[in-house]
Every structure is written in structure tokens, then in C-alpha cells.
Write a protein that binds this ligand. Sequence first.
Ligand code: ATP
Ligand code: MG
Length: 445
Amino acid sequence: MRLSRYFLPVLKETPAEAQIVSHRLMLRAGMIKQASAGIYSWLPLGFKVLRRIEQIVHEEQQRAGHIPMLMPTLQSADLWRESGRYDDYGQEMLRITDRHGRDMLYGPTNEELITDIFRSNVASYKDLPLTLYHIQWKFRDEVRPRFGVMRGREFLMKDGYNFDLTKDDALHAYNRHLVSYLRSYERMGLQAIPMRADGGPIGGDYTHEFLVLAETGESEVFYDSDITDLKFGDREIDYDDVAQCQSVLEEFTSRYARTDETHDEAVFAEVPEARRRSARGIEVGQIFYFGTKYSEAMGATVIDAEQNQVPVHMGSHGIGVSRLLGAIIEASHDDKGIIWPEGVTPFHCGIVNLKQGDEAADAACDALYGALTAAGLEPLYDDRKERAGGKFATMDLIGLPWRITVGPRGLKNGVVELTSRKTGESEELTPEAAVAKVVARYAAL
Ligand code: ATP
Ligand code: MG
């Protein structure tokens, strides 16, 4: 993309309404624009990152054997009356009446809808296990929408639902979700720690929230500092291997890590004092096994091998796709702007032409652009007639991991400058070597 043809409305001033750095930077970098309280338009740059995050979530869910689909945002109230949640949900649910006087709602989540799809189409244990998921907009009329996309009213969520014959099978699905979430967040350059969470009225030990540690997080968390050393990394995983998935769960959940809702001082005291930490965290996902709550209420049963009708065991598993943009920026920025992890960056490499209109510089930039594109990468070429300082400031603000700077002086010696946004380090290389280095970085992801 050439910047002169793109739509990147960066702001010079720091917007007064934004209280936290990720919100400020998303507004300044022209990624989002508020449409009304807690509701945002995704401008081209923000939309690109949103799509990259979605793509990672899709790939990792499908790697785990989970099946993508799409359910609508608007739902009929009748299904929610069946589960009993129409009245329970309270004011967070946006209720709508259509022209025929039918009660509708903008879905805050989809357990009812998916359970209805399941019961209408699946009758036998032979069709299990089954995990369906979608990535769709949700609406929750939050009392205090704030922090930009972190606590929006309309937000994008991946929500997946497993249907299994037995509790053990459902717990394997739970473990698959845990593993696939660890992989997803790591690909986004994030450390998200699974922490024991509150199962609400249903209770039980089978729910974990994934938290990114950040001062601006809304959750209070307590953990054993050893847990921050854990990495899933690039190890192989067979999602059908029950024992293997279980061992990952044990590895990542055996140390103390809880949100304030489940925090227990007595148990925490058993962690050596030097390793006890309390901090703030951003919830970027949650996995939850809830047994037969919805299947019993809504009659989602299958015939088992003994010909009995049994309610299926279910769980639901969410990732805050749009919130993740804020969380990633909270975890990765400096005073100049965003520092995108390579896995989610909107463009792979910036090209800055120090002297637009100079024949040699223009030709070199075009050649770099062509070479990066041919290698399957998306460069962003700042081809505007602007001062170098302004171009650098924009590139630093929008946070592309790599920048190639091209000027007539360097070209005389056959070199361009390759700069890492993260370390700030620059090196002079031939254009070919600069391209090769950037290409190799992304190939390694
Ligand atoms: P919270 O406690 O932050 O209100 P939740 O536990 O009610 O969230 P879930 O139902 O677990 O949310 O939804 C799955 C994920 O969706 C959450 O882990 C979070 O990342 C994201 N999410 C929830 N509410 C919002 C919101 N208002 N804005 C943006 N993302 C949200
Ligand atoms: Mg949650």
C-alpha cells in the first residue's frame, strides 16, 4: 500500500477522552473512531489488525479440530426464555421489538442459539464429539463502557461450544481449548496466563480466564511468579491425544494463579513469599465447562450406545477478539507509539523515502515494494512529499516491526537502512539483503 493512496487519519493531538495508552494510541494512529459510547468504527488500519487476530484464532481453532460457522447477531427472545436467561440477564442485554411486536435481542453470547442448532440436527452419540465456533459481534450494554475497545458495548468475540457424550469427553474439549488458546495468544506476541476463575452460580473448578498482565487491567490477580516462565512455544501437539492435552493443562494450571473472585489467602500463603505476586490483568479469554445446564433446560439430548436419551455435556469458550487489540498495545508500546508483534502487524514493513521525487530513491523504493510484495508480504510505502521527521513519527506511531529507509546518500553506496521498531537498532544493508532479512523474519513465524 502506498500511504499517499491510503486512509490513515493520524491525530497530532492526544485525544482528551482517552484514559489509557492503548485507547490513546488507537485513536492517534487512526485505527478506530467512536460512533457512540462503547461502539466503534474500525478504520482501515485497525480493521487490518482485527482481521489478523481473527485469522490466528481461526487457524488455531481449526487446528484443534473445531468447526467454524456463523450465527446472527439478532436472536429471538423465545430461546432465552427456554433457558431461563431472558430474565436473568438484566440490563446488559439490549432488547428490541420488531414490527410484529416480537421480542428480539442483540446477542451478548450464543449458548441458546447453538444449543437449538444442535438439538435440531444431532440425535446420536455417534455424531459426537462436536465443537462449533464462530467469530461474531456481541452487544452488552455495559454500565461503564471505557478504555476504547477494551470494554466496548459492541465487541467482536470468538465463542465456541463443545458437545460431548460424557464429562470426560467434555473435559478433553476443555483442554483442547486451553492448548489452542495458549498457542493463539503466543502467536499474537502475548503472554496470557490461565487463571482459575469463578464458575458463577453453576460453580465447579472448570473455568479459567486468560489474563494479560498490565497495570491498566480491570481484574485483580494473584499468582506464583514462576508461572510467567512458562511458554508453549513451538512444541508439537496432537489434539486427539487426551493425555497430552491433559498434561499441558496440568503444566499451565498447577501453580497458583487466580483472579480476585477465587483468590484464597490461605492457599496463596503456601507459595514461597518471594514468588507471590499481586497485579492487574486484562481478561482476553475464558474457557468454561458447565455440564448439562443448557442441554437439560433445552432438551439437547442424544441416544447413547445403550439406547438411552442423555443430555449432552457442554462448555463454552470465548476469546475477546476486539479487546485483544487494546491488550496487545498495552503490553507492547513506547512513548513514540505502538510496537506491533510480527504476528499481528497491519503491514509487515514500512518503506520511507527520504527524498520523494529523487529518481534513484523513487526507483529503489519501487523495487523494494515489488520485492516484498512478491515474497508475499504487505509493505506500507510512505511516498508522501513530507519531511523525513514527519514520516518517521508516523511510522513509529503506527508501530510496524520493520522499516526500510531509502535516501539518495545511502543509495550512492548501494545501501538502505533497516530499522527494528522494537529495539530501535538500525543497520545498513543492500536493498536485497534488507528484503531477505525481513522475509526471513516472517517466514520464521
Ligand atoms: P468481563 O468480566 O471483562 O466483563 P466476561 O467474563 O463477562 O468479561 P465473557 O463472557 O467471558 O466475558 O466473554 C469472553 C471474552 O470476551 C472475555 O474474556 C473478554 O475478552 C471479551 N469481552 C467481554 N466483554 C467485553 C466487552 N465489553 N468489550 C470487549 N471485550 C469483551
Ligand atoms: Mg469471562
